[in-house]
Design a protein. Structure first.
Length: 290
């Protein structure tokens, strides 16, 4: 009986200790995360490469696409206007490959997000504490709807825009149609689908707008599509956060799809030779909240 009592006491003690451990675990605070969301705003200012208001050049026309999803390849927080590219806090670098014989964004491994959707979530403990005034985002891909005039009728089609510095593409689905490339394509490559028909082309080198208000103090390489935006108030990470912090990257899509007019009617008509010249986003406003 004595042995049985001893065993029973041990079992009860063990169960109590185990339950106590479970309770302690449940009371542990969850780790706070940095959440990055994307937003596409048609009402934001339309900016040029220097971050200044931009008009549509004579002889060109533009329209505001309805962006369905986007991908970025690089995100960096910069503390000051003089912080050089790569010397800030880099929180994301996308997958790259040399399959096309040059370093390129690996499209098949890209991360995508739609309007007001989460693009990235990482523990805040992985982000250095500090005060950040700027954010740099290297855009890679955007997909959305545009209007096209064809044989007198205006139809809606889907445009895939590769705005990254270099992109390795095997194939991809565009609104149910397969586009096969199996090669590297430089910034400005695009593909279009409407009514089951597809086409593709290449915008001129250097024609894609990449707003950078820090052009004089912190330039970025041409063709990199690293868009720069400023927080209205410094984005501060103390290292003691207990709740998630969200940074929304709001991109201007205000007349961001631009072409050279043949028929000056403000409608994109590729069948008569109107050429795409710009698909770059027109500005970035980052907003932090928790």
């Amino acid at each position: 009986m004595k042995n049985f009592t001893s065993v029973l006491v041990l079992l009860i003690f063990g169960m109590t200790f185990s339950c106590g451990e479970d309770m302690d675990d449940s009371l542990q605070p969850t780790e706070a995360n940095l959440i990055i969301k994307l937003n596409f705003d048609a009402s934001q200012p339309r900016l040029d490469n220097l971050g200044q208001p931009a008009i549509i050049p004579d002889g060109n026309a533009a329209q505001t696409p309805t962006i369905q999803k986007m991908s970025a390849n690089y995100i960096e927080f910069a503390p000051m206007a003089t912080t050089q590219l790569g010397q800030g806090e880099v929180v994301f670098v996308g997958e790259e490959t040399n399959a096309g014989n040059a370093t390129a964004i690996d499209f098949k491994q890209s991360i995508f997000a739609g309007d007001d959707e989460v693009f990235l979530s990482i523990p805040l403990s992985e982000v250095a504490s500090g005060s950040y005034e700027w954010v740099r985002v290297s855009l890679a891909y955007q997909e959305g709807d545009i209007k096209v005039l064809n044989n007198g009728s205006e139809i809606t089609g889907t445009l895939a825009s590769f705005v990254g510095y270099n992109n390795y593409i095997t194939s991809f689905d565009l609104n149910g149609s397969t586009i096969t490339v199996n090669d590297d394509v430089l910034q400005g490559f695009w593909a279009f689908e409407a009514l089951g028909f597809t086409s593709q082309g290449q915008a001129p080198a250097g024609a894609t707008t990449v707003p950078n208000p820090l052009f004089e103090t912190s330039p970025v390489p041409q063709g990199s599509c690293i868009v720069t935006g400023q927080f209205s108030n410094a984005f501060i990470i103390t290292g003691n956060e207990t709740e998630d912090v969200t940074v929304t990257l709001s991109f201007s899509v205000n007349n961001s799809f631009e072409w050279i007019e043949v028929n000056a009617d403000g409608k994109y008509e590729p069948s008569i030779g109107e050429q795409v010249v710009d698909m770059g986003l027109r500005g970035l406003i980052p907003v932090a909240s928790n």
